[in-house]
Design a protein. Structure first.
Length: 252
């Protein structure tokens, strides 16, 4: 497997990434909130790309995985900038298929605006645009709001591990980067995969994204028994089929 691990300096922070060399367009995996490039879906796609001789870029945002920086200092805008910096350093001219998982779907929709004609396709996996404003903030009780006002930070229970720090800066920046309130200008093919038993992202979010995207080549696949992670063998097979169908179309 011809994969090289690198560190990119951005805004004084060392960002970890891994580039698998191969044919384009390059698959770029964008992890979710407090996740990283060593997750099940990222490694599955890496191995599938390697088997097909395709190129893939994985990365960790600042404060995530092997990258430097503190998670508490991160925001949606900063993490989108992190991804853009890694892309510019590692694959500065190639066409790209962005694959965004959960928060990575929001990051991907923000990056799509910057990429223009370089975007060969977008795949959202339980994509969660605007989740800070639409899902987090409405769920806060009075005690949580008081803690945010007093300390600028609170810690939310995390079903996958240690409590997650949530800062007032994250929420404020999230409100500046909302995408579902208007058109999402993407002309490249868009594929959205969403579990209907997702306890974290309402499945109708995928329909809202599809409606907001301005291009015509948009498809939503609902997995009736699928949960948020979509990491079962059948989920991974579906993700791979969507990603590689886009790559084949973009390369032709």
């Amino acid at each position: 497997m011809d994969e090289s691990v690198a560190r990119i300096g951005a805004n004084g922070t060392s960002l970890a990434c891994a580039l698998l060399r191969g044919a384009g367009p390059v698959v770029v995996f964008l992890p979710g909130f407090a996740s990283d490039m060593q997750g099940t879906k990222a490694l599955f796609l890496r191995d599938e790309c390697a088997a097909r001789g395709r190129a893939m870029l994985r990365l960790d945002y600042s404060g995530h995985g092997q990258s430097g920086g503190r998670f508490e200092e991160g925001t949606i805008g900063r993490w989108a900038d992190d991804a853009a910096e890694v892309i510019a350093a590692m694959v500065p001219e190639q066409k790209l298929v962005l694959v965004g998982s959960s928060m990575g779907g929001w990051i991907g929709l923000l990056l799509a605006r910057r990429l223009g004609a370089r975007l060969a396709g977008f795949v959202g996996i339980a994509a969660a645009p605007d989740f800070t404003a639409e899902l987090m903030e409405p769920a806060f009780d009075d005690a949580a709001r008081a803690a945010l006002a007093r300390d600028g930070i609170l810690h939310l229970p995390n079903p996958y591990g240690a409590p997650t720090p949530i800062t007032a800066a994250l929420l404020e920046d999230g409100r500046r980067n909302l995408v579902l309130g208007g058109p999402i200008p993407i002309d490249a093919p868009v594929r959205l995969i969403q579990g209907q038993r997702d306890a974290e992202v309402p499945w109708r979010t995928a329909l809202r994204i599809a409606e907001a995207v301005t291009g015509e080549d948009v498809r939503v696949t609902l997995v009736k028994d699928g949960e948020h992670r979509l990491s079962r063998p059948q989920d991974l097979a579906l993700i791979g089929a969507e990603v590689f169908s886009l790559r084949a179309g973009a390369a032709s």
